[in-house]
Design a protein around this ligand. Structure first.
Ligand SMILES: Nc1nc2c(ncn2[C@@H]2O[C@H](COP(=O)(O)OP(=O)(O)OP(=O)(O)O)[C@@H](O)[C@H]2O)c(=O)[nH]1
Ligand SMILES: [Mg+2]
Length: 361
């Protein structure tokens, strides 16, 4: 449905315009008298009509097909051709009980069906005709999977060679950016004895600054608030003596691309920043995927997944790692600061596929 607004000196004329342009089936959504000053007023009518009914002014249907839809279509097309070309494996998968059981047990852990099918098919071909044994095929599947996931160690070397190493925490609302920043700041300060500074860019949410300031006070590290690109620059200058500066950002709905544009513009200041994209393991696979796609315009260094303790389906984490080329650096496993965080390892990620993998380490 498309909505159009009409202005005319009288209601009668406005309705005539609606009828002329949108036809007799148009629905009137609202009418109001607009006054621009003494003796100057007109009638504003908002009307709507089913999109396909628009005649001359309607854009052709193709204009409404977004890039995302085209990508989805490509994906469906490639999956269909994969299914057709892998008919034999599919038959084998259905007919072979251990294989079918493994397939379903991995599917219920939240693994993407397409990726699962591709990897299992390859695992079957790795057996070179040997009888399909569940543990053999699982091992082969894991070996294939592991080649697709990488883990980052962002704090392996932290040094103030030409200014502090700056780490930003980006991501959707409430995923645990601030908490994760506090956990990692505590790790750097207490375990690694590194000089840390904390900056909050989150002046949007009430209480956000206080939340981080409290952590900074407990850790006895310098803290500053910045509201713009230039304030961020001068806050970073103030912390030039630190080895590492952790920058917290406002949680936004990053399914809306404009928020990513805005974020990127804040960081265009000539400094090299390491960006963590923080995501919740409790989010839906498609939403995680879309958020990561939108974040492609920022040079993300690694992903951090939080709230592993709040889900029994960790497949969505593996899905993003297989789908995108980003490494994962940390896993948040609870609310306690600083305890509930662990460096991501391939072994730990693979453990999510086992029945015991649901428990936080
Ligand atoms: N269970 C669990 N809770 C977590 C984890 N990480 C963070 N939380 C909780 O999630 C909630 C939100 O955490 P914040 O750190 O404020 O999240 P945020 O991303 O900074 O939120 P905004 O700044 O509002 O976007 C808090 O209750 C945290 O204790 C985790 O790994 N597991
Ligand atoms: Mg926050």
């Amino acid at each position: 449905m498309q909505v159009k607004t009409f202005n005319a000196p009288t209601m009668e004329k406005a309705l005539a315009q609606v009828k002329k342009e949108l036809g007799p089936e148009a629905i009137i959504l609202s009418t109001r008298k607009v006054s621009a000053g003494p003796g100057e007023s007109w009638i504003e009518v908002s009307a709507a009509r089913e999109q396909q009914s628009f005649s001359t002014e309607t854009k052709p249907g193709a204009d409404y097909v977004s890039t995302e839809m085209i990508n989805d279509l490509h994906e469906i097309k490639s999956f269909l051709s994969l299914l057709i070309s892998s008919k034999d494996q599919l038959t084998q998968l259905r007919a072979n009980q251990p294989l079918a059981e493994l397939y379903h047990s991995l599917l219920v852990r939240g693994l993407d069906e397409k990726q699962l099918f591709i990897l299992l098919s390859k695992a079957v071909s790795d057996l070179n005709g040997e009888p399909v044994d569940r543990s053999l095929i699982f091992n082969s599947f894991c070996k294939r999977l592991v080649t697709k996931i990488s883990c980052a160690r962002p704090f392996r070397v932290v040094s103030n060679s030409s200014g502090p190493a700056v780490y930003t925490f980006l991501g959707p609302t409430g995923v645990g950016k601030t908490t994760t920043l506090a956990k990692l700041a505590a790790y750097l300060k207490i375990k690694r004895r590194i000089e840390v500074g904390i900056i909050s860019l989150d002046t949007y949410r009430i209480g956000a600054v206080e939340q981080l300031k409290t952590y900074a006070q407990i850790l006895e590290v310098p803290f500053s608030v910045a509201q713009s690109k230039s304030e961020l620059r001068s806050a970073l200058d103030d912390f030039s003596h630190c080895d590492a500066v952790m920058v917290d950002t406002t949680g936004r709905n990053y399914l809306n691309r404009d928020h990513v544009h805005h974020l990127r513009s804040l960081f265009e200041n000539g400094r090299r920043l390491s960006h963590f994209l923080v995501l919740s393991a409790t989010a839906k696979d498609e939403d995680l995927q879309q958020t990561i796609v939108h974040f492609r315009e920022i040079d993300i260094n690694s992903l951090i997944f939080t709230k592993l303790d709040e889900t029994v389906h960790h497949g969505c984490i593996l899905n993003q790692l297989v789908r995108f080329n980003y490494p994962v650096s940390y896993l948040g496993t609870g609310q306690r600061v600083p305890e509930d965080i662990e460096p991501a390892t391939q072994k730990r990620l693979l453990s999510f596929l086992l029945p015991t993998g649901n428990q936080a380490a």
